[in-house]
Structure formats: C-alpha cells, structure tokens
Design a protein around this ligand. Structure first.
Ligand code: ADP
Ligand code: MG
Length: 266
C-alpha cells in the first residue's frame, strides 16, 4: 500500500512545519512526494515554494469548475508537488466539506496522484471540525500520526485526537514530539505514547533555525541543509517511510493524563 499519511495535533504545535520539512527531506531521499494542505490557512507549502502562496483549489473552483493540474498543483523544493485546499471563509462553511471537494477535484485533474511514493496531508488542528475526520473517513489517508509537545494542552489535544481515532476505528502509526522545552519532555511523551499503546517515533528539538528559515520562506532542508535540525527531519522522514506499525490507541482518561503530566513537572 502507498504511504498516505496525515499528521494531527493541536493548532500551532508544528504540524505544517513538520509536514513541509518531512516532505522536503523525503524528496531528498529520492521519493516522489505530494503535500496536500488541508488547513484553511493554506500555509503548508509556503516554505517549499520560496515563501509564495499558491492559489487554492477552492479559490480556483470559484473562478471555474474546469480546472487542470497546472491550476492548483505546483512543484516545490526537491520536486515536491504541492496543493492547498483553501477556504472556507472564516465563520461560514465546513472545512471537512472543502477537503472532500478538493480531493474529488484532485482525482479528476491528476488521476495518477497515487503513484507518488509519499502523500502527506497537513490537516486542520481542530478536532471538533469536520475537517478532522473527512480525509480518513473518505479513505484518503491510511496512516495517521499525532504530534505533541510535553505541555499539558498539546498532550490533552493529542489524547483527544486519539480518542477520535479510536471512535472511528483508525489505528495510530505513532507519536511525534515537537519539543517546547518542557520538563523531561522526551520521557513524558514517551510514557504517554506507551500508555496509549503506541510509541514515540520521532523527537524534534525546538530550534530557532526552523523559524528563521520559515521567515525567509524556506524549509530547513533547503536553507540550512547542514544544520542539526535538518538531520532530525531527514531521520524522521526515513523513519516514517519505514514505519509499518499501527495500533489501536487507547486514550487516557482525564485523571490519568493529569497525573502523568504532573509526574513530570515535579
Ligand atoms: P500548526 O501547523 O500545527 O498550526 P506550525 O507548523 O504553523 O503549526 O508551527 C507554529 C510555529 O512554530 C511556526 O512559526 C513554526 O516555525 C514553529 N515551529 C514548529 N516546529 C518548531 C521547532 N521544532 N522549533 C522551533 N520552532 C518550531
Ligand atoms: Mg498548520
């Protein structure tokens, strides 16, 4: 089966930077990669395209119902193909619906898109939104990861996301820690991963190089290929590509999560 992955986690935790840097790293490992930005912010691919925003599928569909591949799919760093779903306007419409429309469009304009070695969906962070389950329910995604730091709220969101997965029978590929320099963060996220029945598959340190490159419109793989953090993303891309583990995650209850978090802040 082709690798079609999605990275879930609290808003602002680093889903887009992880998705884009992993996409770039996988491309440098020789993989054909397609990155599909599903967040209405449509910012998943900016750092693969030298800081430029690409027109979104939903915007282009407003102009014309007849799109071609060139209208919405753009080649970025390392040959990564980038598409942004876009919309809906804040306060109206459903992100889930938009994602479905965009992917149905993708199938029409680029029927061989599944020939890519790795497809990464960068999904919205908000669990209550229909955008959360749409890519999974529609069978677009076959492998999901949860991204969290060791801080309480991102962990709370990660746990909730796992609850969402278990409700819809989606197995978990693993947990990725994007560090915020919380106390004994790696151990905490490792224990969390084990407690829900999964494992920590990657640990990304907090590194100012990520934001410096982002500000200039690049991934760290392009702008700072010799940095430590670039190696971290290369390793993560390698490990995600090689990962075949899937587990039915069992979320913690609120008390268990609170106790776990407390244990590491003492
Ligand atoms: P999300 O997509 O989950 O909302 P983003 O990927 O947009 O989050 O990340 C939020 C901010 O955190 C961005 O400015 C990004 O550059 C920064 N960031 C993400 N990961 C790291 C990291 N490992 N080190 C430093 N900054 C990071
Ligand atoms: Mg994002």
């Amino acid at each position: 089966m082709k690798k079609v992955i999605a990275i879930y986690g609290k808003g602002g935790i680093g889903k887009s930077s992880t998705a884009s840097n992993v996409a770039a790293a996988a491309a440098l490992l020789g993989k054909k990669v397609l990155l599909i930005g599903c967040d209405p912010k449509s910012d998943s691919s900016i750092t693969l395209l030298g800081g430029k925003r690409i027109p979104t599928v939903l915007d282009r569909l407003k102009e014309s119902p007849h799109l071609s591949k060139e209208d919405v799919i753009f080649e970025g760093f390392g040959g990564v193909l980038c598409m942004e779903v876009g919309g809906p306007e804040p306060g109206v419409g459903c992100a889930g619906r938009g994602i479905i429309v965009a992917i149905e469009t993708l199938k029409k304009i680029y029927p061989e898109f599944m020939d890519n070695d790795l497809i990464i969906y960068d999904v919205p962070g908000d669990v209550v939104c229909g955008g959360f389950v749409a890519p999974i329910k529609k069978g677009f995604v076959n492998e999901v990861y949860v991204l969290t730091s060791g801080e309480y709220m991102p962990l709370y969101a990660a746990n909730n996301i796992c609850r969402g997965f278990s409700r819809i029978g989606m197995e978990l590929g693993g947990v990725i820690c994007n560090s915020r320099n919380a106390d004994r963060e790696r151990e905490l996220v490792e224990e969390f991963s084990q407690k829900i029945g999964s494992r920590l598959i990657g640990y990304i340190p907090k590194d100012p190089v990520v934001q410096a490159c982002e500000r200039d419109g690049f991934s760290v793989l392009e702008k700072a290929p010799d940095s430590k953090i670039a190696s971290v993303y290369r390793q993560l891309a390698h490990d995600l590509i090689g990962n075949s583990e899937r587990v039915k995650a069992t979320p913690l209850d609120d008390d268990q999560l609170r106790m776990l978090s407390k244990k590491y802040s003492e």
